[in-house]
Structures are given as C-alpha cells and as structure tokens.
Design a protein around this ligand. Structure first.
Ligand SMILES: [Zn+2]
Length: 348
C-alpha cells in the first residue's frame, strides 16, 4: 500500500521536491524513497511508522523532515546523514532515546521538535547540533536540563514545559542568545542567580513550579513576557522578628576581616594572599551584604525584598510585587533594612 501511495505522490518523477502523505496509516517509509535524491521536504505526519528505512539516509538535499505523530521509539540513526536538514519534527511519538550518532551530521539543523515523547534524558551528543536555534521538548519526562544543552550557542528558544525538572544548571549562563525560555509545569525550586545574565531573554515562563523567591538582580531582566502563576511565592505579609545577638564563628570573623581588608587593598594582605591560593579560593565565594555592602562568608540573614515588576513586563495578573532574595551580614544591618525587606531565616 505504501509503495502505491508513494508512486502517486511522486508526480515530478526523479525531480520531485516535496512529498506529503499525512494521515495515510502507513506503517513504513517505502524504500523507493532512495530514488529521489533531490527531495527537499518529506511530510509523513500522523502515520504508523515505527522504524525508518535505511534509504532515508540517501536524502542529502532534504531540508524538512516531519515524522510527527508516528510510533518511533528513538531518534533514528539515519538522520545523521541528512546533512542539509534544517527542520526535524518528531513530536508525538514514543521516543525514549537517541540512536547512537544520530546528532553527528546534523550541522545545519535549526529546529528540533521532540514534544510529547518519553525522553528521560538527553545525550551529550546533542551539543553537536551547533546551528540549533529552536529546541522544543515539552511533555516529556526530563528531570534536569542537561548541561550539554547549554553549549548550543545559537539557541534562541528553549521549551521544556511539562517535564519533571528540579533544577537549572549554572551553565545556562552560556546561552547568551536565549530569548525565550519556557519551563512551565516542572518541579523547579530555585532560579540560579546566573539567569540574570541572560541579557537577551524576553519571554520567561516558570508557571506551575515550586519557586518561592527570585535571585537578586532578577528585576533588571529586560523581559517582555513573564509568567509565574502557580508558584508558592513569598507574599508581603509582615511577620514579627526577634532580635538576636550576632555570634559569629572564628572562621567567619577571620574571613570577613580578610575579605574587607582586600577590598580596601591592604598591601600586606594583598601580598600575603598570593602565597595562599586555597584561602583565595575560599574567600572568592564570599557574598556582599545588601545593606552595608561589606563581605561575609558562611553566615548571613536571608531576607526577601519586594520590588515592583518592571513596567515593560507583560506578566501574570496576580503578580503585584516580585520577591527577591537578599542576604544581610548581621542583625545590626538587619535593623537598618528598608520597609520592603523582611527576614526569612538564618542560615549557618
Ligand atoms: Zn551588613
């Protein structure tokens, strides 16, 4: 049956550029496809294909391959020979893995759509898709954003809605061209501070996660659309705070002293620190107090500061104030905080 349908579709003979056979209940791709070396577009959506034929690999002129809504269980190895391919649609299959080497030859791939599959991980090889601009893996079972994705330097749109992602890797900062990041309906608890370095980000959707607070600097992102409904965000409700004495550990006192002296470029310490790279390593992890600006190391008071979202953001209706995470060095500074800052908990 497939061959017959296929022959009918091949009207232009050997010069056929486009074949569309959507919803034809085809169970396989006919091997005669190998006789169409000039084929540019192959649409085989909504069929019953569970495996591609080896002749597919001869279609080196193919720029669009749509195998959406079929029965594939893997990203087939044959696609690695499709060196001209720009758009690859594999949504709505049963894909749970990439065949080994599948990403190898896809140097020109711009769009990859893997929505509605059963992927639990993305292999390292995905970093070979160096031209990729649009990547969509909504409705799968990913539990993390693979670090390798963060090395796709041309990526502008990343869609990972409806997965089970728990955290966002620090490497996300390498996605300098990212404009659209969709992470709705996952299990994300914390947004990393490096997210604020994505200066091209314009659309961010983190609706339906378990985020309580945003990193410092978040309010400066130049977003146009921001969606965050369905998160247990801190609300501006006054809670009484008990004033406590600051009792710092000796390590904390020493770290603070060294860090603050280095900020003031104390010449003796500047010279001495050269000899102790391990100490340099420790104090480079220091943070700055949101009130006095001085450094501290491992003890702080966590606060939430409520700021109005930027007027340019198109946002979730219920978001009146954005809760930002701020850290304060001592109760002395805590007592000097502004009216929009509230204590959360002391971390030691
Ligand atoms: Zn302070």
């Amino acid at each position: 049956m497939e061959e017959r349908l296929f022959l009918r579709a091949v009207k232009g003979g050997k010069n056929t550029k486009i074949i569309t056979l959507n919803g034809k209940k085809m169970t396989k791709i006919p091997s005669t496809i190998g006789n169409l070396p000039g084929l540019k577009v192959l649409n085989l959506q909504k069929n019953l294909v569970s495996k591609v034929c080896s002749e597919l690999s001869t279609l080196t002129q193919l720029t669009v391959l749509n195998l959406g809504n079929n029965l594939l269980e893997e990203v087939p190895e044959e696609v690695k020979y499709l060196t001209s391919l720009k758009n690859l649609h594999l949504f709505g299959n049963r894909i749970n893995r990439f065949a080994s080497g599948a990403c190898d030859g896809l140097k020109n791939l711009i769009l990859l759509n893997l929505n509605n599959n059963q992927l639990t991980y993305i292999p390292e090889e995905v970093s070979r898709l160096e031209s990729l601009i649009y990547l969509s893996i909504n409705h799968n079972q990913l539990t993390s954003i693979p670090r390798e994705l963060c090395f796709l330097k041309n990526l502008s749109e990343l869609q990972l809605n409806y997965n089970q992602i728990i955290c966002i890797p620090e490497e996300i900062k390498f996605l300098k061209r990212l404009q659209k990041l969709l992470l709705a309906r996952n299990n994300i608890e914390v947004l990393p501070g490096v997210l604020c370095r994505l200066t091209n980000l314009r659309i961010l959707d983190i609706a339906g996660n378990v985020i309580q607070i945003f990193p410092t600097g978040f309010q400066h992102l130049k977003l146009k659309e921001f969606y965050c409904e369905g998160n247990p965000l801190f609300l501006k409700q006054p809670v009484g705070a008990v004033k406590q004495l600051d009792v710092l550990s000796l390590q904390e006192i020493t770290s603070r002293f060294i860090m603050n002296e280095l900020t003031e470029r104390n010449p003796f310490l500047m010279e001495a620190i050269e000899w102790y790279p391990e100490i340099w390593d420790i104090i480079s992890k220091g943070r700055k107090c949101a009130i006095c600006g001085k450094s501290f190391f491992g003890m702080w008071i966590e606060c939430v500061e409520f700021v109005s979202p930027s007027k340019n953001w198109k946002i979730s209706k219920n978001l009146k104030l954005v809760p930002l995470r701020t850290l304060i060095c001592s109760y002395q500074c805590f007592n000097l905080r502004g009216p929009n800052q509230f204590g959360v908990a002391q971390v030691q």
